[in-house]
Design a protein around this ligand. Structure first.
Ligand code: C2E
Ligand code: MG
Ligand code: MG
Ligand code: MG
Length: 274
């Protein structure tokens, strides 16, 4: 076929960019009106204590039933909410709803994902304090999950935010460990309570010896630093057993349960996973 000129390529590229931008704007508007219409829900996935084999905690995960995963899952709409600033309101909604839902169940802790933009907000800790006060949710049952992207982008602000949250009594977890740089250096500089090993690593332990060794190594590093370890993405019995053997403190994944509405979680919480 015919040779594409430099100019032609630029034009095609611009057109592609424009259509991506248009799609994003359309989704932004959908998120905005979805929030006004109260379309968002918060579901919960059990986190299982590796020793007692009981649910001791849950992770709050936002759901948009009109836009089910696969089509436009949380990973996708959260990142659009981030670039558009809608994440502040959406994140605040998730935190408030989760604290309200879990408040009556004093045997369960709660872990909530916080996106980099929220954590960057200098008033973030104050907002958390206000939600805790409003919902009467005990600060020491709450954990916030942050990712490496954020702490590396603004280490000074991250250190301050982490220490302010700890002063409230709230724990801080490093989410998705194993997907980025995963350096020992920054683990030492930030005072996380928990490291969550991503499913792309933890989910391989049953057929990849190297992945299993990396999980054991992470557990040893975490324990030297006084941090607990959660393995994410546990999908079968063999993985569960290997991750327990590797010394993970807590386990999370479809093997135990999918994320579910609060009512279903309350029904499940007495189960012992043997
Ligand atoms: P994440 O925080 O790492 O959450 C774990 C994700 O793994 C969830 O996907 C969960 O449904 C999925 N998962 C759990 N167990 C298994 C398993 O055994 N196998 C597999 N394949 N997947 C498993 P989900 O709910 O689609 O959320 C994706 C990401 O979107 C989350 O990753 C988090 O980064 C973000 N996210 C979700 N809810 C929120 C929220 O309320 N606020 C913010 N800022 N981000 C959120
Ligand atoms: Mg998470
Ligand atoms: Mg994760
Ligand atoms: Mg993630």
């Amino acid at each position: 076929h015919s040779k594409i000129t430099g100019k032609g390529r630029v034009t095609q590229y611009d057109a592609a960019l424009n259509s991506v931008r248009e799609q994003q704007l359309a989704i932004e508007n959908e998120i905005r009106s979805g929030m006004e219409r109260d379309e968002f829900e918060v579901w919960y996935q059990p986190i299982i204590d590796a020793r007692s084999q009981k649910m001791t905690s849950v992770e709050a995960l936002v759901r948009w039933p009109r836009r089910p995963a696969g089509e436009l899952g949380p990973d996708a709409f959260i990142s659009i909410a981030e670039t558009s600033g809608l994440i502040y309101a959406l994140g605040q909604f998730v935190l408030r709803r989760a604290c309200q839902d879990l408040e009556p169940f004093s045997d369960l802790k709660l872990s909530v994902n916080i996106s980099p933009a929220q954590f960057r907000d200098p008033e973030f800790e104050e907002k958390v304090a206000r939600v805790i006060e409003m919902t009467r949710f005990p600060a020491n049952r709450l954990q916030l999950e942050v990712t490496e992207t954020y702490v590396l982008e603004n280490p000074e602000r991250a250190r301050a935010a982490i220490s302010n949250l700890k002063a409230l009594g709230t724990a801080v977890a490093l989410d998705d460990f194993g997907t980025g740089y995963s350096s020992i250096g920054y683990l030492r500089r930030f005072n996380f309570d928990t490291i969550k090993i991503d499913k792309s690593l933890a989910g391989l332990v049953d057929n990849d010896e190297q992945a299993a060794a990396l999980v054991s190594g992470t557990v040893r590093i975490a324990s030297a630093l006084g941090m607990a370890v959660v393995a994410e993405g546990v999908e079968n019995e063999k993985q569960m057993k290997l991750l327990r053997l590797a010394g993970c403190d807590q386990l999370q994944g479809f093997w135990f349960s999918q994320p579910m509405p609060i009512e279903a979680i309350i029904e499940l919480r007495k189960v012992r996973y043997v």
